[in-house]
Design a protein around this ligand. Structure first.
Ligand code: DX5
Ligand code: ZN
Length: 232
């Protein structure tokens, strides 16, 4: 069952690029296009130089969709807010290794709240930082841009880390973690990330800034996935 689940190609829409004056509609439009997960980018103005949303927005998303809410915490001291996000309806909380001196404990605290735990690394952080917590996580997010803003270009070098993460994941076959990529994903770059071994693809700009709307944005990414991966 796990194999079946993890062999899927999952598209996650980052609402950071949505029109917040009509967030509910935007989510429903992405859903109509066949999106799998909603990705919520939480930024604190400290760990990253931008300030976005908190548990209140997660709770608002939960009221308009039953889809998994994939919450990406770009905040210092995430352990202070884990329960708030779980109560708000998060399906998974993904924390940055750079913000967690007690990573093993933080991941277990997330699981103790009855939700999934993910771990992520900035482009400049080596993969070895997560080697010891592979049994604690159901998702490894490899940042393909430096976190803080949408609309950036994918950093090609991070694809090597995606490949290495896939290798590391195969050493833990009992419950293989998702390999997620986030930042600069569009119908062209998504193919490179498939080739590197990713199976969850986060996109903001390519979905919510699509000239024909979020529904078309999701469909264009799905088409790109169907047309297969390409080699560099
Ligand atoms: C960056 C965020 C991403 C971002 C992706 O800090 O974690 O989720 O919104 O946006 P695009 O798809 O525009 O690169
Ligand atoms: Zn994100």
């Amino acid at each position: 069952m796990i194999d079946e689940m993890k062999s899927r190609q999952i598209l996650a829409a980052s609402i950071l690029a949505a029109d917040f004056s009509r967030l509910g509609e935007e989510i429903r439009e992405a859903e109509a296009g066949g999106i799998d997960w909603i990705h919520v980018d939480v930024m604190d103005g400290h760990f990253v130089p931008n300030l976005t949303m908190g548990p209140h927005v997660v709770e608002a998303c939960r009221r308009v969709t039953d889809l998994p809410l994939d919450v990406h915490l770009m905040i210092e001291k995430p352990e202070n807010l884990l329960a708030n996000f779980a109560i708000a309806g998060a399906t998974r909380l993904t924390v940055h290794v750079e913000t967690c001196p007690h990573l093993h404990h933080t991941l277990n605290s997330i699981k103790d709240l009855g939700i999934s735990a993910g771990v992520t690394l900035n482009p400049g952080t080596p993969l070895t930082f997560i080697k010891e917590v592979m049994d604690e996580v159901d998702l490894i997010l490899i940042m393909t841009v430096n976190p803080g803003f949408g609309g950036q270009q994918l950093i090609k070098k991070t694809l090597q880390k995606v490949m290495a993460a896939r290798k590391l994941q195969t050493l833990h076959p009992r419950d293989p973690a998702y390999i997620e990529v986030d930042g600069g994903i569009d119908p062209l770059t998504i193919k490179d990330t498939v080739h590197a071994g990713a199976d969850v693809f986060v996109a903001g700009t390519a979905i919510f800034q699509h000239p024909l709307g979020a529904r078309s944005g999701v469909q264009a990414l799905r088409e790109a996935l169907k047309s297969g991966s390409v080699k560099e």
